[in-house]
Design a protein around this ligand. Structure first.
Ligand SMILES: [Zn+2]
Ligand SMILES: [Zn+2]
Length: 373
């Protein structure tokens, strides 16, 4: 991935689909699941792709052997504050970074990146996303009033395709450890009954450990890792689950009218995170395989075969705003409407509540004192 100045030779045109009847840009309308011209109302169906989604070989990428047809160039604007690299499209002028609301320098460059192989198209539109966000904000206690005002303001949310990596792998793991079996032993114990010392037999749990070793295998499908750092990870994690079974082969027309973010976490780096997710599953498999009541794992050696990956784009509605010099963000899952966000606290509202609590405590104390007299 390189970021260089825009050259005349750069063929990186943003994804544009002119309307056949008026020439304006068509946009993908989630509620219609069609392309629509906002200017003349012309609608166009996106042909259904029944083709298999290609997977790429991670080892080949690590050797620097990505086939040329799997690469693309994208004109991006880079946010100096959060580092997001957002697709730069002439018809989607943005003065603010959609991720952190910092002023976006129109410093564009060409990013060479692995082309997406699949996307989940937006299912919910702008209005539904705003509704979901407003409901979420409405439930917040102690949020400053101007935040709620912000939510009510007819400010548009931005639809962004966020880059993810998904990994497939077939693993085979040899392990050694110990199986623990719980058994009970009767032991005399001294107890005090009615002030007298007595000896009673009591059951004490003990664990018998036996050596255990074996092999477990698993086929992993679509282990999902975020490919950028512009949104906090706990945010994007909270948007899960994604209906990855609905992924369709990459079709730029689904991106028409939306922005795509370029990945900033390379596929080999994100693989470390995917392995951690896989390792946790393998450990569960090993524990189940050891069996018994308790398990000790001493060693797991895993061979990873059939390792492949995909670059996928997942739809997120985003609203970012600045409040007292800090940026706050709301994200909405563009498929399910799940909301996650950062929230400021209103010091005035919290102070008012503390004052009220103190007052209530004083009244209760006063009533108790009054009753005693
Ligand atoms: Zn038109
Ligand atoms: Zn930013």
């Amino acid at each position: 991935m390189e970021l260089g100045p825009v050259s005349a030779a750069a063929q990186a045109e943003p994804h544009r689909f002119p309307c056949p009847s008026c020439g304006a840009n068509l946009r993908y309308a989630p509620d219609l699941e069609k392309l629509k011209c906002a200017h003349c109302g012309h609608e166009e169906t996106i042909p259904e792709s029944r083709g298999a989604i290609p997977e790429l070989d991670l080892r080949a990428v690590e050797r620097g052997e990505v086939p040329a047809h799997a690469m693309e160039e994208m004109r991006v604007a880079r946010c100096p504050n959060c580092g997001a690299q957002v697709e730069f499209a002439a018809d989607l002028h943005a003065k603010e970074c959609p991720f952190c609301a910092s002023p976006l320098v129109t410093d564009t460059g060409v990013m060479r990146q692995i082309k997406p192989q699949a996307q989940l198209p937006f299912l919910i539109g702008d209005a539904a996303a705003r509704q979901a966000m407003n409901r979420w904000i409405g439930r917040l206690w102690f949020a400053p009033s101007d935040l709620k005002k912000y939510a009510r303001a007819e400010r548009a949310m931005q639809g962004i395709y966020v880059p993810y990596w998904t990994y497939d792998a077939e693993t085979r793991s040899r392990y050694s450890g110990q199986r623990g079996t719980v058994y009970y032993e009767s032991r005399p114990m001294t107890v005090i009954v009615n002030g007298r010392r007595q000896t009673q037999m009591q059951q004490v749990a003990r664990v018998r450990w036996q050596r255990a070793s074996g092999e477990v295998a698993r086929a992993f499908d679509d282990v999902l890792v975020l490919g950028s750092t512009s949104l906090p990870k706990d945010f994007t994690d909270a948007l899960a689950p994604w209906d990855l079974s609905a992924l369709s082969a990459y079709e730029p027309r689904f991106l028409a009218g939306f922005r795509a973010e370029g990945y900033t976490v390379p596929v080999d780096k994100a693989y470390g995170e995917a392995r951690a997710i896989m390792n946790a599953v393998i450990e569960q498999d090993v524990r189940r395989d050891i069996g018994g009541d308790q398990q000790r794992i001493e060693r797991i050696e895993t061979d990873v075969g059939a390792l492949s990956f995909k670059h996928v784009l997942l739809p997120v509605w985003l609203a970012a705003y600045r409040y007292r010099g800090k940026s706050f963000r709301f994200v909405v899952n563009g498929r399910t409407g799940t909301v996650q966000g950062e929230r400021p606290w209103s010091p005035a509202k919290i102070a008012a509540l503390i004052a009220l609590a103190l007052l209530v405590a004083m009244v209760i104390a006063f009533l108790q004192v009054a009753r005693e007299f």
